[in-house]
Design a protein around this ligand. Structure first.
Ligand code: ATP
Ligand code: MG
Length: 269
């Protein structure tokens, strides 16, 4: 049997988009030092949808802060497309827990905020914003103000804003946690559709196991603080996933496996 060799271009295309190695973060809090993350390593492949679940306080938002360049780890390093993430950068988009839209700006202007901050060509960005508004089903709302939208609609605007500058990696920190259960299910389907159309890598933080299973190619499970990765599960369910997927025996099995695992991890201190 011959040895299979890869050309350099093949190897380049299989390099992970993001590589985090041995990350540790210690905060100097008012009551002393707190180690939030300890020796955490993670890779995200191009186009991959990865969710992170873990007990409250295990360092998930801390991880998002590092990957967005807002926080430097105390130890370890993180690279995106081979270069260190040492400051906020244009190839990363972020969607927060609350939509955090600017109330005095229209929907369109809110979506354009990152493009303006990055000094992008606004006529190009406006075209892209119209496409994104169509993608999230809000093209008729471009001149409305955030207060005229429902919570789910605002959150969709937040997702469009996270994608406007065409980032390679979209970071989402519990983006649906403020929404009711039925809106959340709907938003999961919406997000899957947007992600499948946009073809970005995504890192999604959630407390909802079914949401993580529904959306992900892979789920990373973190231990209680100091957080590190305990295990990861590949979700092998065909896409697009639909409301029927929620009743699929394999979907239910993934959820129950994760729930059992999670029960063992939760410890309150
Ligand atoms: N700026 C800070 N200064 C001191 N300690 C902090 C700071 N930010 C976070 N921490 C601590 O670090 C730990 C991890 O916080 P983090 O917000 O990353 O957790 P999380 O996993 O996102 O939690 P949750 O699921 O509740 O959102 C917590 O114990 C928290 O108290
Ligand atoms: Mg958090």
């Amino acid at each position: 049997m011959g040895v299979k060799t890869s050309s350099s271009s093949e190897m380049a295309s299989t390099l992970p988009l993001l590589v985090a190695e041995n990350l540790s973060v210690t905060y100097q809090g008012s009551r002393g030092a707190v180690t939030a993350i300890s020796d955490l390593s993670l890779e995200i492949q191009e186009g991959e949808f990865v969710s992170v679940i873990g007990p409250s306080g295990c360092g998930k938002s801390t991880l998002i802060k590092i990957f967005s360049g807002l926080l430097q780890p105390s130890k370890g390093q993180v690279r995106l497309k081979g270069t260190p993430i040492d400051k906020p950068r244009g190839d990363v988009g972020i969607v927060f827990q609350q939509a955090t839209l600017l109330p005095w700006k229209s929907v369109l202007e809110n979506v354009l905020v990152p493009a303006r901050a990055l000094n992008q060509d606004i006529s190009v960005a406006e075209k892209k914003a119209s496409e994104l508004l169509r993608l999230i089903g809000l093209e008729k709302f471009s001149q409305h103000y955030p207060s005229e939208l429902s919570g789910g609609m605002q959150q969709r605007v937040g997702i469009a804003r996270g994608l406007i500058h065409d980032p390679d990696l979209l970071l989402m920190d519990e983006p649906f946690s403020a929404l009711d259960t039925m809106t959340r299910d709907h938003m999961s389907i919406e997000l899957q559709r947007i992600w499948m159309a946009a073809r970005k890598s995504a890192l999604f933080i959630t407390h909802s196991i079914p949401e993580a299973v529904f959306l992900s190619d892979r789920i990373v499970v973190m231990s209680a603080r100091p957080g590190s990765i305990v295990t990861e599960i590949t979700i092998d369910l065909p896409r697009p996933r639909t409301l029927e997927t929620l009743g699929d025996p394999q979907f239910i099995l993934y959820c129950s496996e994760l729930r059992t695992l999670f029960e063992k991890l939760v410890s309150f201190d």
